[in-house]
Design a protein around this ligand. Structure first.
Ligand SMILES: Nc1nc2c(ncn2[C@@H]2O[C@H](COP(=O)(O)OP(=O)(O)OP(=O)(O)O)[C@@H](O)[C@H]2O)c(=O)[nH]1
Length: 642
């Protein structure tokens, strides 16, 4: 998500101060990342919840199957007990019918004809309800069963099958018992009494421990007429309760056997996975149940792991999405910064008033801006095909190499010294530049390339040249002026001092120049002065200096004089040169002029330039006074001249 400034409203006014000056814009890529993340989270949770539901269903189905098997086993155990009871009852009834009231059940036990481990009490009851014989010592004929359910039921002629009564509190044992009885019929079919066997209800539910039904399991034996014969839930035993409100009792009306999840509200509020079966051959049903929470405990543990993993994955996905969005935002910022920087660079590089060239460390030109190309007259490609050394004259190459080496040796130096140097343009002309080199280094501190910032100073150099020439030369004749003359004279004197040589100076003044000016005009006078300058130069050697001091006054420095007398010889040579007629102007007007020359020699007449100049000047006046067109030595020991 980014914030952008709203477009200008066109009236030049900004949005009202204090109000929202930025509007929110969701970037499509950010929206796509957020949508993908939400989709992934939704899919993750869908899969997780489906997995949890599947595992729960699996656990419930497995528990149902297990409980169904246990119900079958429980049914078989009850069935065996009932069959044993039937066999005992038939055996006792046959003995009673053979022996009559003299039948002794305790003797039958002693003879191990009856197993007393199966039943707590076995009794023979007469047709009036009193006990005729019993395996219990507490039993007596005074105890009557005439009102008992089984006795009442057997008195009525009916089937010759085992009758299973509701649990009752035993009158002999004083304990809860389930009476199971068989009718004794006389040969004529009349009622002859009952064989009754008592089984403690808990004997049926001992199976609970074998089946390992847990702390809150359920094992129940009920009669189909709606009575719980024996039930065990956890450590609790119950007998004789009504079964009509129980869900499995109601389910049995529709299906003889089944399995389902019961909410437990009819018993103790504990939800259970139950399986029930209707017994074959007996009006009984068995029910086995295990606590729903016990069965799902392992699944619940896995559920917690799944939920934890899904939560972790959700968090990771959200963090990943946030990270991606953040990285994208940073990348966008970086890209914007790079673009801005590139735009700035382009504007600076291409529109700079200075020439800029990128130079490889070996001198190859990598690139150049338009100004640099313009300055040198080469195109970009032509420059790229050259080295920086090829752009200058041969004598400059070493200097440029030194400049590059110096820059490479101090790549991190903040400023680079500017040097003035020359390039050779494509057309062969000289380009004077003032150039600074900067080093561009990489992250490793190594120099990647050099940047040459070049300023065209050709015009300035030409101006300097002109100014320098004007300052030291006479504008009319082009000869050195007095300033340059004195400088050269100083240099010559210095050399003469060092080498013990001689140096001469001549002071020359034209004779009658004013008249020429006056008669022929100032322009002709100028022409004459120029020609005098040329003749003067032709009279001296290259190492000598001829100069114009001003007006019609000239001077000559004679370097490396072999003899002082040579000075006079040069002076006469000049006087002769000036005496020759001048043909000036378009019509070659013939003009005649002469010159008076004074001379002084180092070290004969003096040691200082100014003194020697004055002496030569004085000598020149002496020559003038001697009639002009003359030479005169400076005052001093002329005969001693070497
Ligand atoms: N044409 C021209 N005349 C100049 C220039 N500079 C000075 N003059 C003139 O040159 C003359 C020099 O004066 P002088 O040396 O006294 O004249 P002169 O006739 O040579 O006199 P003497 O030296 O005594 O022989 C003056 O008339 C100046 O006006 C110049 O640049 N051009």
């Amino acid at each position: 998500m980014t914030f952008t400034r709203p477009p200008d409203r066109g009236d030049g006014k900004s949005p009202p101060a204090g109000g929202p000056s930025y509007r929110c814009r969701i970037r499509p890529l950010n929206a796509a990342i957020a949508a993908a993340c939400l989709l992934a989270v939704a899919a993750l949770w869908l899969i997780t919840l489906q997995r949890i539901a599947f595992e729960r269903d699996q656990a419930v189905a497995a528990a149902m199957k297990s409980n169904s098997n246990l119900a079958i086993a429980f049914e078989q155990q009850v069935f065996r007990t009932l069959k044993a009871a039937e066999q005992v009852a038939v055996f006792v009834r046959d003995r009673y019918l053979q022996q009559g009231p003299a039948v002794d059940l305790r003797k039958l036990i002693d003879q191990q004809l009856i197993r007393d481990s199966l039943f707590s009490i076995v009794s023979v009851v007469s047709e009036d309800g009193s006990i005729l014989s019993s395996t219990s010592r507490q039993a007596s004929s005074a105890i009557s069963y005439a009102d008992r359910e089984f006795f009442v039921a057997h008195r009525t002629p009916g089937t010759d099958t085992l009758y299973i009564s509701q649990p009752v509190l035993g009158r002999v044992s004083n304990l809860w018992q389930i009476p199971m009885s068989l009718r004794i019929s006389r040969p004529d079919g009349s009622f002859g009494g009952v064989v009754v066997m008592s089984v403690p209800p808990t004997d049926f539910t001992d199976f609970y421990l074998q089946a390992d039904l847990g702390q809150q399991g359920l094992l129940e034996l009920s009669s189909l007429d709606g009575r719980v014969l024996s039930r065990k839930t956890g450590s609790r035993n119950e007998f004789g309760l009504g079964a009509a409100s129980l869900a499995w009792f109601q389910h049995r009306q529709a299906r003889p056997e089944g399995k389902f999840v019961d909410d437990g509200k009819a018993i103790d509020g504990v939800a259970r996975i139950v399986s029930y079966r209707t017994m074959a051959g007996y009006p009984l049903m068995v029910t086995v149940g295990t606590a729903y929470e016990d069965e799902l405990a392992p699944t619940r543990q896995r559920e917690s792991s799944y939920l934890l993993m899904a939560s972790g994955a959700t968090l990771a996905l959200l963090m990943l999405a946030c990270l991606l969005i953040l990285m994208l935002a940073r990348q966008r910022t970086a890209v914007s910064a790079v673009r801005a920087s590139e735009a700035l660079f382009r504007a600076t590089f291409h529109q700079a008033a200075m020439g800029i060239a990128h130079i490889a460390t070996d001198g190859r030109i990598i690139g150049a801006n338009e100004k640099f190309c313009l300055m040198l007259g080469y195109g970009q490609d032509e420059l790229r095909a050259r080295t920086i050394f090829e752009l200058g004259d041969r004598h400059e190459e070493e200097r440029v190499r030194q400049q590059i080496l110096q820059r490479l040796s101090t790549p991190l130096a903040p400023s680079s010294p500017e040097i003035e140097k020359t390039y050779r343009r494509k057309d062969g002309s000289i380009l004077w530049v003032c150039e600074a080199l900067s080093a561009v280094t990489g992250a490793d501190g190594q120099t990647r390339f050099l940047v040459a910032v070049t300023q065209d100073i050709t015009a300035r150099k030409a101006l300097e040249e002109r100014l320098s020439h004007a300052a030291l030369h006479d504008p009319l004749t082009g000869l050195p002026n007095r300033l340059m003359f004195m400088d050269r004279f100083d240099q010559v004197l210095e050399s003469a001092r060092r080498h013990g040589g001689l140096a001469g100076i001549l002071y020359i003044d034209l004779d009658g120049f004013k008249e020429i000016n006056d008669k022929l005009g100032h322009a002709t006078g100028d022409q004459l002065l120029c020609e005098v300058g040329r003749r003067l130069q032709s009279c001296v050697r290259a190492e000598d200096t001829a100069a114009r001091f001003g007006g019609d006054e000239f001077g000559v420095v004679l370097a490396s004089l072999g003899r002082a007398a040579d000075c006079e010889a040069v002076a006469w040579k000049i006087i002769d040169a000036m005496a020759a007629p001048f043909g000036l102007g378009a019509d070659s007007t013939v003009i005649r002029v002469s010159a008076s020359v004074g001379a002084a020699v180092y070290p004969v007449h003096g040691a200082e330039a100014a003194i020697l100049l004055n002496l030569a000047d004085t000598a020149m006046y002496a020559a003038k006074n001697a009639g002009r067109n003359q030479f005169s030595w400076a005052p001093g020991s002329l005969p001693a001249l070497p």
